[in-house]
Ligand binder design. Structure first.
Ligand SMILES: [Zn+2]
Ligand SMILES: [Zn+2]
Length: 296
């Protein structure tokens, strides 16, 4: 209800499955400290797959395509291929991811936000998916409420159910082709790197940085998060223009994902691209964050 405060939040339930899976990936990433598991080709695969799985899979596909429909793809099956690439980032299936993120936009920095830093940096960064409140449990009701367009698609439902298979297949392929160094660096280290890069958009880009637009949340533009996330760190721009495929609005706000969408347009596979041209609101520019619940 409107008068609820963060102090009156409902009881949280610990979620073991994602904690065990993501926790295991963090432990396995520590194998990077074994010198014999390092190779320069493994490091190159790590950086390349950071872009493929984080940049193409999460930023371009899960976020700008599936969550906000800021552009369209042809042929249709390409959306499913890119969704499978998104699953290899180990951030869960697309339907759950999209539902969580749409809920974030609907309640940004309010009581029902999926991951507001008003509960603390650690909550916004990674604790939010370790706990469920009852109203954000990943079940059909939740999917139908926040991602009905994806939930009614049988292919997307199938990919949601089988999302764990694809990162495991990628790990197996890396080991088969490049041995332990590719598995450790291209698999485990890369996954942890992508996870924290994505989570920084939810945490750091609602705390530090500058604001170009008046929004009802505390979103910010933060250059180093934008570098790590291929443009997603221009997060205040994104909250101001949520359906825009273009997040970097000033000439120096480099937006690799929007550049990639432009290349896809030139290739004839991306169309109906929604891209805001306004660089910032006329007044007032560079605003301070607005007050949110619990700040008074
Ligand atoms: Zn946000
Ligand atoms: Zn968004």
């Amino acid at each position: 209800m409107a008068t609820s405060t963060l102090a009156e939040r409902p009881r949280l339930q610990f979620c073991w499955p994602p904690v065990l899976w993501i926790g295991a990936l963090h432990v396995l990433a520590l194998l990077a400290f074994v010198p014999s598991f390092f190779s320069w080709s493994g490091l190159a695969v790590c950086l390349f797959l950071h872009w493929v799985t984080g940049g193409i899979g999460i930023c371009l596909t899960y976020h700008r395509l599936l969550t906000h429909r800021s552009f369209a793809l042809r042929p249709r099956w390409l959306e499913y291929v890119l969704t499978i690439i998104g699953t290899t980032a180990s951030e869960g299936g697309a339907i759950g991811w999209v539902a969580d993120h749409r809920r974030h936009h609907a309640n940004s920095d309010e009581e029902n936000d999926t991951h507001s830093p008003l509960r603390g940096f650690l909550w916004a960064h990674m604790a939010w998916w370790m706990f469920m409140k009852g109203d954000n449990e990943h079940n059909p009701e939740y999917y139908k409420r926040w991602a009905p367009d994806l939930y009614k698609d049988p292919v997307h439902r199938f990919l949601e159910k089988t999302h764990l298979i694809y990162p495991l297949l990628l790990f197996a392929a890396l080991y088969a082709v490049g041995g332990m160094s590719w598995l450790v660096w291209g698999g485990f280290v890369r996954t942890v790197f992508v996870l924290h890069s994505t989570w920084l958009v939810n945490s750091a880009s609602h705390i530090w940085g500058y604001r170009s637009h008046v929004t009802r949340d505390r979103s910010t533009n933060l250059w180093w998060v934008a570098l790590l996330t291929y443009g997603e760190g221009w997060h205040n721009n994104h909250h101001a223009y949520q359906t825009s495929a273009r997040h970097g609005l000033r000439w120096w706000e480099v937006d690799m994902t929007y550049i990639t969408i432009g290349v896809m347009k030139a290739m004839g596979i991306a169309y109906n691209i929604k891209a805001v041209r306004t660089r910032m609101n006329p007044v007032p520019a560079m605003t301070a964050p607005v007050a949110g619940p619990g700040s008074e």
